[in-house]
Design a binder for this molecule. Sequence first.
Ligand SMILES: CCCCCCCC/C=C\CCCCCCCCCCCC(=O)SCCNC(=O)CCNC(=O)[C@H](O)C(C)(C)COP(=O)(O)OP(=O)(O)OC[C@H]1O[C@@H](n2cnc3c(N)ncnc32)[C@H](O)[C@@H]1OP(=O)(O)O
Ligand SMILES: Cc1cc2nc3c(=O)[nH]c(=O)nc-3n(C[C@H](O)[C@H](O)[C@H](O)COP(=O)(O)OP(=O)(O)OC[C@H]3O[C@@H](n4cnc5c(N)ncnc54)[C@H](O)[C@@H]3O)c2cc1C
Length: 670
Amino acid sequence: MTSKNKINEDLANERRKCNFNIEEVTYILDGGKEKTLQRKKIEDVALNGGASVDDIPEEYLSARERYENAIRKSCIYTNIVKNEVLEITGIENYGSPVLRRTGDAFFKDISPFMLHLGMFVPSIIGQCTAEQQATWLPRALDMKIIGAYAQTELGHGTFIRGLETTATYDPETEEFVLHSPTITSYKWWAGGLGRTANHCTVVAQLYTQGKCHGTHLFIVQIRDLETHMPLPGVKVGEIGPRMGFNTADNGFLGFNNYRIPRMNMMMKNAQVLKDGTYVKAARHGKLTYGTMVFVRVTLVGEASFNLAKAVTIAVRYSAVRRQSELRPGSIEPQILDYPTQQHKLFICIATAHAFQLTASWLWNTFTAVQAEMKKGNVDTLPELHALSSCLKALSTSDATAYIEQCRFACGGHGYMLSSNLPFLYAFVVATRTYEGDYTVLLLQTARFLVKAWEQAESGKVVTPTVAYLNRHFTTNGKMIWDNSPEGIIRVFQSVAAGKISLCVRSIRNRITSGMDHEDAWLMTTVQLVNAAEAHCRSVILHTYWNEIVRLTKHSSDNVKTVLNQLVMLYLTYWALERTGDLLRYSTISENDIDLLQRQYEELLVKIRPNAVGLVDAFDIRDEILQSTLGSYDGRVYERLMEEVQKNPLNKEPVDPSFHKYLKPLMKSKI
Ligand SMILES: CCCCCCCC/C=C\CCCCCCCCCCCC(=O)SCCNC(=O)CCNC(=O)[C@H](O)C(C)(C)COP(=O)(O)OP(=O)(O)OC[C@H]1O[C@@H](n2cnc3c(N)ncnc32)[C@H](O)[C@@H]1OP(=O)(O)O
Ligand SMILES: Cc1cc2nc3c(=O)[nH]c(=O)nc-3n(C[C@H](O)[C@H](O)[C@H](O)COP(=O)(O)OP(=O)(O)OC[C@H]3O[C@@H](n4cnc5c(N)ncnc54)[C@H](O)[C@@H]3O)c2cc1C
C-alpha cells in the first residue's frame, strides 16, 4: 500500500471492532438491496470520470469564475446523466434523490440547474394539463429550455396571497399581460433565474373579465434561446452574495406589460377560456400550491442526507483525532472516547436514520394522496399538508442544529471550508427558511391539529396521525409512565394532546373574554407552534420505531441489536430533553428520570464500538463528502497539508502587498 491509500491505523482498528454487517444496514437505509445496487451503479457511471475535481477549489474563485465553473460542471454532469445514467434508470428517474446525491460530487455549493430539476420540471408535471405537458416537458427534460420557479417577491414570500405581480387576460389577442406594478412586486430569490434560466414558472395574480381570481402559475420565456438576451419587457438579474447558495444565481425579475400566450397559464387545476371565462378549480382551493408540497416532502430526505454527510465527517475525524490525557503520562485518547463527544455525535447518527425512514414513509403517504387525487378524492390533502409542513420544519431545523454540532465536534479544523462542514451548514440552514419558514409551517400544522381536536372532542374518529387525540378523551388524568419504546411514544402523544388542548382552551378563554377569533388565535401562536412541534416529535418517534421494527424483522441479530440501540438512544434522548413536559403530562418520577439518564449513558457505551461502522453504512463516497476530515482512509492531516498547497496565497513566498503597503508603513516615521 502506498501512503496515499493507506488507511489511518485508528480508523482501521475501529472497523475491526465493528460487530455488525455494514451492508445490511446500508440496504435498510436505501430501501432494499436492489436500490443500493442501483445507486452504486449510478455512482460508478457518474463519478468514474473524476469530473468533480476542481483544479482550484471553488472557494478561491471570484463570483464570476465560480458561477462559470458551476455551469461548466452542471453541463458535464447533465451530459453524463442524459447519455449514460438515464440509460440505466429510465427517464422517469431524472429527479431521483440518487441523482441529487451523486450531483454533490460536482458541487460543494449548489448547481444552477437545481431549481430547474427541483421545481420547474415538477411544476410542469403537477400543474399542467396533458396537452401542456406534451409541449413543455420533453424540452425541459432534454434541457432545451432551462427554468426557474419565481414565486417569492421583494415584498412577500410567506404570504402568497399578497403577491403583487399581475397577469391580466386580454381576450382580443388571447394573451396574458404580465406586469410588476411596484418595486416590492419584483420577483426575488428564484434559484437559477439570475443568469441561467431562459424560462420560469411565474406565480401571479390572475385578472380576467375585470375580476381578480388569486394567484396562478404561468410558464414564461424570459430570454432569447439563441442570444440569451432578456426579452423586451423583461428585467432580470442576480440578487448578490449570500450566506450559501452562491453558485445558484438566485435572481430578480420584473415585467413591463409583457405578453404571453393564453396556453402558458398552467391549466391543470383552473382554466381561462378563450373569451376570458374563468373556470374554477373544482376540487380543492390550494392545488396550485402542489409544487411546494412536493418539495417539502423531498426536503425531509435532504435533511437526512446532509446530516449523514456531516456526522460521517465528524465521527471519522473523532476516531483519528487524539487530544488530552485521562491520566498523567497515559496515551492521548481518541476524542471519540469522550462520552461528551459521543453525546454530540450519536444523536446525529440516530437522527439521520429517523429522518431517512420518516422521509420514505412520507413519500409513500404523498404518492398515496396523489393517487387518491387522481380519482378526484381530495379528502386526504389537509393531513398531507399538515404532515409535510411540520416534518419539513422540524427535519430542516434539527439537521441545521446537528450539522453545527458536528462542526463543534471537529474543533478548529471543522471551521475550515475544506472540512465541508461550513458549506453543509450554509446549505441546510437555508432549508429552514425556504419552501415555507419554520414558524409559518408549524402554524399551518397547528390549524389542522386544532380542527382535529375539535372533531375528537365531538366524538368523531380522526385520521391516523392524530388518532391519539381520540384516546385523550377516553383516558382521565396523566399518562402512566412506561419506559418501553411504545410507552415513551404514548407519553409523547399525550404531551402533544395536552398542549393542543391548552391551545384550544386559551383560544376559547380569549374569545369568551371578548377577543375576536383572529386575535385569540394570534395571541396563542407561541403555544400553537409549541404544540405543533410536540405533535411532530411524536410522529417522528412513532414512525422511526415502527419502521425499525418492520425493517429489521429478517435482519441478522447484530444488525437488529445496533439499530435497536440507536432508536432507543433517540427515544431516551428526547425523553431527557423534554423532562419538563413529561413531568407535566405523565406520571414520570425523579427516579424514572435518573433511570433514563443511566440508560442513555449505557447506550453511548454500547454504540461506541460500532460508531465508525454506523457512519460507513451511510455509504457516502469520498467524492460526495468532499471533506479533508471525513474521507474513508482518515488521512486527515495529510489532506489538510495537501489543501494548503492549493491556496493561491502560497504561490509566491512574498506577497506583492508587502512592497506596496506593509514596507512603506514599516518605514514611515511616527
Ligand atoms: C446538473 C444538476 C443535476 C442534479 C440532478 C438532481 C435532481 C434534482 C431533483 C430533486 C431535488 C430536490 C431538492 C429540491 C431543492 C429545491 C430547492 C428549493 C429552493 C427554494 C424554493 C422556494 O422557496 S419556492 C417558494 C416557496 N414559498 C413558500 O413556501 C411560501 C410559504 N407560504 C405558504 O405556503 C402559504 O402561503 C401559507 C401556507 C403560509 C398560507 O397560505 P394562505 O394564506 O393562502 O392560506 P391560509 O393560511 O389562509 O390557509 C387556507 C387553507 O389552505 C390550507 N393550505 C395552505 N397551504 C396548503 C397546501 N400547500 N396544501 C393544502 N392546503 C393548504 C390551509 O391549511 C388552510 O386550511 P384550513 O382548512 O382553512 O385551515
Ligand atoms: C436560499 C434561498 C433560496 C430560495 N429560492 C427560492 C426560489 O427558487 N423561488 C422562490 O420563489 N423563492 C425562493 N426563496 C424564497 C423563500 O421561499 C422565502 O424566503 C421563504 O418562503 C420565507 O419568506 P420571506 O422571505 O417572505 O420571510 P418572511 O415571511 O418575511 O419571514 C420573516 C419572519 O417573519 C415571520 N412570519 C412571517 N409571517 C408570519 C406569520 N403569518 N406568523 C408568524 N410569523 C410570521 C417568519 O417566521 C420569519 O421569522 C428562497 C430563499 C432562500 C433563502
